[in-house]
Design a protein around this ligand. Structure first.
Ligand SMILES: Nc1ncnc2c1ncn2[C@@H]1O[C@H](COP(=O)(O)OP(=O)(O)O)[C@@H](O)[C@H]1O
Ligand SMILES: [Mg+2]
Length: 384
C-alpha cells in the first residue's frame, strides 16, 4: 500500500530542487518525490504521468511561470494541491497565486520543519475535505442552503442576500432563515435596523448549539416566515466562532427551514470553506467594475478547483450600469454558463433602504421597483 504524499517539485534552480528532495527524503515514510520540473510547461506535462498530490511551485520560472501554471492546474487538474514557493517581497504575486487557485504558500528560504509541516498540513486539510464532500449524505439534510459569496467587498452581497431571503419568504409555503456568517464585518443587523439584537456570538458563548430549541432565543423573528441570525457586532469576536460551531448551528437549523440563505465574508478561511462546501447553491456576486470582474474570473477558477460545478456556482452581476464601459453583452459572453442574474444599479432607492434599515423588497411598491423585479426573477430560477 502506498499512501505517501506524492510531491512534484518545480523550480528552475536545480540546487533548490536537490535541497527539497533531500529534506523530503528525511521523511520518506510520509513523502514521495514523484517528479521534478524546471518550468511550468514541464509541470503540466508531468502531472498526468506522475499523478502528484501536491505541486511545490516556484513563481519565477522560464517558458511558463508558476502563476500561469497554477491557473492551468486549477482548471485542468482541480484535485492537485499547489503550494507556492516564493521569496520575501513577492506579496503581489502571492496574492495572485492564491487567487489562481494555489492552496498555500511558503517563503524561501525555508527551514526543514516549515517545509514538512506546510506540505503535510495543507495536504491533510484538503484531502479530508474532499473525502467529506464525497461522503456527504444528501438524505440527512432538508433546508436548501444558498450562500452569497464575493471576492470583493462592497459589491452588494449583503443587500442581495437579505432581499433574496425576503423575496423567498413571501411564498407562504417557505420558511426562510437568513444567517449572517460574515463574522467580522457582517451588517445584516444594520440593514434591518436591529444593531442591538443578540448575535451568533451570544449563542456560541452559551454553548448549546446542537438543538434548535436552544438556538431560537438568539434568532431575530423578522416575520413568521423569515428569521435571522446576526453576526457579532465587533470584528475581533470572529475568532471565537469556529467551523464546528457553524456546522452544528447550520445542521440544527436545517431541519426547521425550507431555505437557509447565508451571507459570508470575502475570504476563503476554514469557516467559509465549510459553508461553501455545504451549500447547494453558491451565488457569486460581482459588479461590472473591471477589477471586480477580474477577481470574479479568478474566484470562479478557485470554485472550480474546490470541485464545485456550474450547477452549484452561479454568478450575479449587481449594480448594472451603462457607465462602466463594459457592455451587458460582454458580461453575458464572458460568463455565459454561470450567469444567473443581472441587477440594475439604483443608488437612490437602494441607498435609502440601506440607511433606513428596511429591505427594499419589503416595501409596499416592491413590484414596481426594478431592483426588486430582478431579485424576484433571480429567486425564481433557484430550485428551493
Ligand atoms: N443594485 C444596487 N444599486 C445601487 N447600490 C447598491 C446596489 N446594491 C448594493 N448597493 C449599495 O452598495 C453598498 C454595499 O452593499 P453591501 O451589500 O453592504 O456590500 P457587500 O456585502 O458586498 O460588502 C451599499 O451601500 C448599497 O447601498
Ligand atoms: Mg456585506
Amino acid at each position: 500500500m502506498n499512501n505517501k504524499i506524492k510531491v512534484l517539485i518545480a523550480d528552475d534552480i536545480i540546487d533548490t530542487i536537490t535541497l527539497i528532495k533531500r529534506i523530503l527524503l528525511m521523511e520518506s515514510d510520509i513523502f514521495e518525490v514523484v517528479g521534478e520540473a524546471t518550468n511550468g510547461e514541464e509541470v503540466l506535462e508531468l502531472i498526468p504521468k506522475v499523478n502528484p498530490d501536491v505541486v511545490l511551485m516556484d513563481i519565477n520560472m522560464p517558458v511558463l511561470n508558476g502563476l500561469e501554471a497554477t491557473e492551468q492546474i486549477t482548471n485542468t487538474f482541480p484535485n492537485v494541491i499547489v503550494i507556492i514557493m516564493s521569496v520575501q517581497g513577492e506579496s503581489e504575486y502571492l496574492k495572485k497565486a492564491m487567487l489562481n487557485g494555489a492552496k498555500e504558500y511558503i517563503i524561501k528560504p525555508f527551514n526543514v520543519d516549515d517545509l514538512i509541516e506546510t506540505i503535510r498540513v495543507t495536504y491533510t486539510k484538503y484531502r479530508d475535505r474532499q473525502i467529506k464532500m464525497l461522503s456527504r449524505q444528501e438524505k440527512d439534510r432538508e433546508g436548501k442552503v444558498i450562500t452569497f459569496f464575493s471576492s470583493k467587498g462592497g459589491v452588494g452581497k449583503s443587500v442581495l442576500a437579505l432581499n433574496c431571503a425576503v423575496m423567498l419568504s413571501k411564498n407562504p409555503n417557505k420558511k426562510v432563515l437568513l444567517i449572517d456568517m460574515d463574522l467580522q464585518f457582517g451588517d445584516i443587523s444594520i440593514l434591518t435596523n436591529q444593531i442591538n439584537h443578540k448575535s451568533i456570538l451570544d449563542l456560541v458563548d452559551e454553548g448549546q448549539l446542537d438543538s434548535y430549541e436552544n438556538i431560537i432565543p438568539y434568532l431575530y423573528i423578522y416575520n413568521e416566515n423569515l428569521h435571522m441570525m446576526f453576526a457579532p457586532g465587533k470584528p475581533e469576536a470572529a475568532e471565537y466562532i469556529g467551523r464546528n460551531d457553524i456546522e452544528k448551528i447550520i445542521k440544527a437549523c436545517q431541519k426547521h427551514y425550507d431555505v437557509l440563505v447565508i451571507d459570508t465574508g470575502i475570504n476563503f478561511n476554514d469557516n467559509t470553506l465549510f459553508i461553501l462546501d455545504y451549500s447547494h447553491t453558491i451565488i457569486f456576486v460581482s459588479t461590472m467594475e473591471i477589477t471586480a470582474l477580474k477577481n470574479t474570473k479568478l474566484g470562479l477558477n478557485v470554485m472550480r478547483s474546490l470541485g464545485y460545478d456550474k450547477s452549484k456556482v452561479k454568478l450575479v452581476i449587481n449594480k448594472m450600469d451603462a457607465g462602466y464601459g463594459v457592455s451587458k453583452n460582454d458580461v453575458e459572453e464572458t460568463f455565459k454558463d454561470n450567469l444567473l442574474a443581472m441587477i440594475p444599479r439604483k443608488d437612490k432607492i437602494v441607498g435609502l433602504s440601506v440607511n433606513r434599515g428596511q429591505p427594499i423588497c419589503d416595501s409596499d411598491k416592491y413590484n414596481k421597483i426594478k431592483v426588486c423585479k430582478a431579485i424576484e426573477e433571480m429567486c425564481s430560477k433557484l430550485t428551493v
